[in-house]
Design a protein around this ligand. Structure first.
Ligand SMILES: O=P(O)(O)O[C@@H]1[C@@H](OP(=O)(O)O)[C@H](OP(=O)(O)O)[C@H](O)[C@H](OP(=O)(O)O)[C@H]1OP(=O)(O)O
Ligand SMILES: Nc1ncnc2c1ncn2[C@@H]1O[C@H](COP(=O)(O)OP(=O)(O)O)[C@@H](O)[C@H]1O
Ligand SMILES: [Mg+2]
Ligand SMILES: [Mg+2]
Length: 337
């Protein structure tokens, strides 16, 4: 924490004494951010900056053309940029400045930039809570190359059609979100590896987006793909490009939905899942796309995990985020005592 004139830096050892004077001396927490202009516009909205300032948090843009260590000093670095060079800059900075919290560590983010490794933690967890339900991942297979081998590989792995084909790597590009649905075995060889093939799970056209900000969890409903019935499966052939439904569709919060489909996943299940994933992934800022198998009450699947997603779509995100940032610095001081 720093006084607002930026001249006095307070060591963690002095924290207890100084935090008591926080309000009168106008302490400022400095959050350096490195975001694309699109992300800056969607995330750093005036309502967030305004509330942050009131709570003593200042957001400062990181200049990517200058060495990171020459900037700041920062209490927290918030980032969502891609590329090896940026990851290296952040790693070096973390080594040199262990007192700064980097949200989140580059290696942990890399782990969710691959659609196979992103879901590994959920599969390993094999979460099942009495009365609340089970959480798994759809059966899936990775294809690295040779499209002609896909039909046999799918048969060997015992995957059932239809299959969702997803680019293996998620790198923030539009292409990494170009998904398709394959209805018959022979057309699978038209797909372009590297990709993940995942069984399509009927879920009544509603998806749960579980947003995690540190310990806070917020769930919103979105419209998703409609179910595929037996008839369609028998009569359809080919590969169909999927629209980016979950992102483009309006929120399903106010729609008149079947309660069996729309009922949110039980809170205890989400809390346990979030807690485990925070630990296993080493991330504090992420969301989970979750679906409930249609016709069941308690069978859930995680189909996607996103680092630092579109938090502005969560009602009151500015309160959740500023509380989280303050909590981070406070817990650092507690450890220091
Ligand atoms: O742009 P938004 O607000 O829709 O956020 C995107 C997320 O939407 P969501 O909050 O899950 O609805 C989006 O989530 P989905 O993959 O669509 O489920 C991604 O996290 C996307 O980031 P990237 O392109 O994978 O790097 C996110 O894009 P960035 O804003 O981080 O560029
Ligand atoms: N296994 C699946 N079963 C049913 N629907 C799926 C499955 N995987 C993806 N979808 C649908 O496709 C959408 C996009 O897939 P997702 O894995 O979330 O990719 P992205 O990272 O581009 O959001 C999901 O929001 C959901 O509507
Ligand atoms: Mg998604
Ligand atoms: Mg995604």
């Amino acid at each position: 924490m720093r006084l607002s004139n930026g001249e006095i830096e307070i060591s963690t050892g002095d924290a207890k004494k100084k935090t008591t004077t926080m309000e009168s001396e106008k302490m400022m927490m400095v959050v350096g951010y490195a975001l694309t202009s699109k992300k800056k516009k969607s995330f750093l909205q005036p309502k967030l900056e305004l509330l942050a300032r009131k709570k003593g948090i200042q957001f400062v843009a990181i200049d990517q053309n200058r060495p990171l260590s020459d900037q700041g000093p920062f209490d927290i670095v918030l980032h969502k940029l891609t590329g090896k060079e940026w990851r290296q800059i952040l790693e070096d900075y973390r080594q040199k400045h262990p007192e700064v919290t980097v949200l989140d560590p580059p290696d942990a983010i890399q782990h969710v930039h691959n659609r196979q490794s992103m879901l590994q933690g959920v599969a390993d967890l094999n979460l099942s809570l009495d009365f609340y339900g089970k959480v798994g991942v759809p059966k899936q297979l990775v294809i690295m190359k040779d499209p002609s081998s896909i039909p046999d590989a799918v048969a060997k792995a015992g995957l059932c059609l239809p299959l969702v084909a997803k680019p293996l790597v998620v790198d923030g590009s539009a292409q990494s979100h170009e998904l398709s649905l394959a209805f018959d075995k022979s057309s699978l060889s038209k797909l372009e590896p590297p990709l993940v093939l995942q069984e399509f799970v009927n879920h009544g056209g509603v998806l749960f987006k579980v947003y995690i900000v540190g310990e806070a969890i917020k769930v919103v409903r979105r419209f998703s793909l409609p179910d595929v019935n037996e008839q369609q499966l028998l009569s359809c052939a080919g590969v169909f490009r999927l629209p980016r439904v979950s992102c483009a569709a309006a929120s399903a919060e106010d729609a008149d939905l079947d309660p069996l489909i729309a009922e949110l996943p039980p809170r205890p299940l989400l809390e346990r899942l979030a807690k485990e994933l925070r630990r296993r992934l080493g991330l504090r800022l992420f969301n989970i796309d979750m679906i409930r198998e249609h016709g069941t009450r308690d069978r859930f699947y995680v189909i996607d995990i996103n680092y630092f997603p579109g938090y502005a779509k969560v009602p009151e995100y500015e309160h959740i985020f500023t509380d989280f940032l303050l909590g981070l610095v406070q817990s650092k001081y507690k450890v220091a005592w």
